[in-house]
Ligand binder design. Structure first.
Ligand SMILES: N=CN[C@@H](CCC(=O)O)C(=O)O
Ligand SMILES: [Zn+2]
Length: 407
């Protein structure tokens, strides 16, 4: 089956060659994009959707979420709004609720959160374990996560649970727990921060997970300056996330990490030595009343940037990538094009999915080009500018995920 979407007022492809087109059309064939060009030259297709001048962009690629949890932390949020500061300790509250939940409930809750994200334009999503924190519960979380998300990250190193020595727990994360999640996860993450895992413990976790063949990610420099960014770059992590408190040499390291990357790859075609993406989490910064991550400065320094929701019950209970994009424009100094790029192509780059291999069916996400996965987001607006111009207004008019219309 093929579908022609015609009369697109603004088609923001985020592809380096195609750029942004006016009066455009896209043909979807099965799960892939088969054709892009002017509406006047569009080929026939089995079905036709008239975009009526609306804007179309790639579906959001949300590269950082924590959807496998039960319970909520309203009381902690209220205390924070009354002046308390965020600390990693709140994670334990969610661990308690998550451990008590049945498989059925955890799956239902995760799928519900995924559906909420898709209804707002997210078409590719990563999620993490990290609210189980023992061998059985982390294995269970990873298994359930693999039924909910496109990409699963093992975050046994989220918090040291009460009643166990931190080094003993780190050894467990690197041993039996890693074995339990390995069938379900392609990525591993560590919360390298005061109150969570020390740089030495983080190094152990990253080493063990790398040796087990997992791709790496790091929660770093969220609550204060620290070793997270340096470790992420040293280990060749795909992304370091939060990055609120950066030293000058952290920024230089991140920029330098992309020096072996061919510029054409930044147009979405990919070649050369990958670096470490800096993933900013604007909703988290607002919800924790933290200083906003310096996204403008990072871009100006030549760092590859992603924007993600960090949907979780503690620091960022939103699945709205549009809210994150609007915040990045209004408060972090990004242009609309830069913010949309970070929330689509940037997320794909942070997950190693920015380029596709037609032969094995792993198609590129985060950009619109022929052969890429047919993940599209149509707005109830003539341009993507409305995402920031009309913040908070639900602007999703249509969502296609792998060529199937979801909204
Ligand atoms: N910072 C560490 N982990 C999550 C928060 C988890 C929680 O508080 O439940 C984050 O990315 O913000
Ligand atoms: Zn997180």
């Amino acid at each position: 089956m093929s579908e022609l979407i015609s009369n697109i007022g603004e088609l923001m492809t985020q592809d380096g060659e195609l750029g942004t087109l006016r009066d455009a059309a896209v043909v979807l064939e099965g799960e892939r994009i088969a054709w892009i060009g002017p509406t006047a030259q569009a080929p026939a297709a089995d079905t036709r959707t008239d975009a009526q001048g609306r804007a179309v962009l790639p579906g959001w690629v949300d590269s950082h979420t924590h959807l496998i949890f039960a319970g909520d932390r309203t009381a902690e949020f209220e205390a924070r709004m009354a002046g308390e500061s965020y600390s990693a300790g709140g994670i334990a509250v969610t661990v308690g609720a998550t451990r008590s939940a049945s498989d059925y409930d955890l799956t239902r809750l995760g799928l519900g959160r995924l559906a909420e994200a898709v209804s707002q334009g997210t078409t590719y999503l990563e999620t993490k374990t990290g609210y189980g924190l023992d061998v059985e519960q982390e294995g269970r979380s990873a298994r359930i996560a693999s039924t909910v998300a496109d990409e699963v990250t093992y975050l046994g190193a989220h918090l040291v649970p009460a009643g166990i020595d931190a080094d003993d727990y780190t050894a467990l994360v690197c041993g039996d727990m890693l074995d339990a999640v390995r069938p379900y996860a392609a990525w591993a993450d560590v919360f390298c921060e005061t109150g969570a895992f020390t740089p030495e413990q983080s190094r152990e976790v990253l080493t063990a997970c790398r040796d087990a063949g997992l791709g790496l990610r790091v929660h770093g420099n969220q609550l204060g300056p620290g070793a997270g960014v340096a470790l992420a770059v040293e280990f060749g992590a795909a992304s370091v996330d939060h990055v609120n408190f950066l030293a000058d040499d952290d920024v230089a390291r991140l920029a330098q990490s992309w020096s072996g990357w061919d510029a054409a790859a930044l147009a979405g075609r990919g070649a050369g030595q990958r670096g470490t993406v800096a993933t900013v989490l604007p909703a988290c910064d607002l919800s924790t009343r933290a200083p906003l991550a310096p996204a403008r400065m990072l871009l100006d320094a030549g760092v590859a940037l992603a924007i993600a929701s960090n949907c979780n019950p503690g620091t960022s209970y939103t699945s709205s990538m549009a809210f994150c994009v609007a915040t990045a424009v209004l408060q972090m100094g990004l242009s609309v094009h830069e913010a949309v790029r970070a929330a689509t192509y940037g997320g794909a780059l942070a997950l190693g999915r920015e380029s596709g291999l037609d032969e094995d069916g792993a198609r590129a996400v985060g950009t619109l080009a022929v052969g890429h996965r047919a993940d599209l987001h149509m707005l109830k607006a003539p341009s993507a500018t409305h995402l920031a111009y009309r913040p908070g207004v639900p602007l999703t008019a249509g969502v296609w995920r792998e060529g199937v219309r979801k909204v």
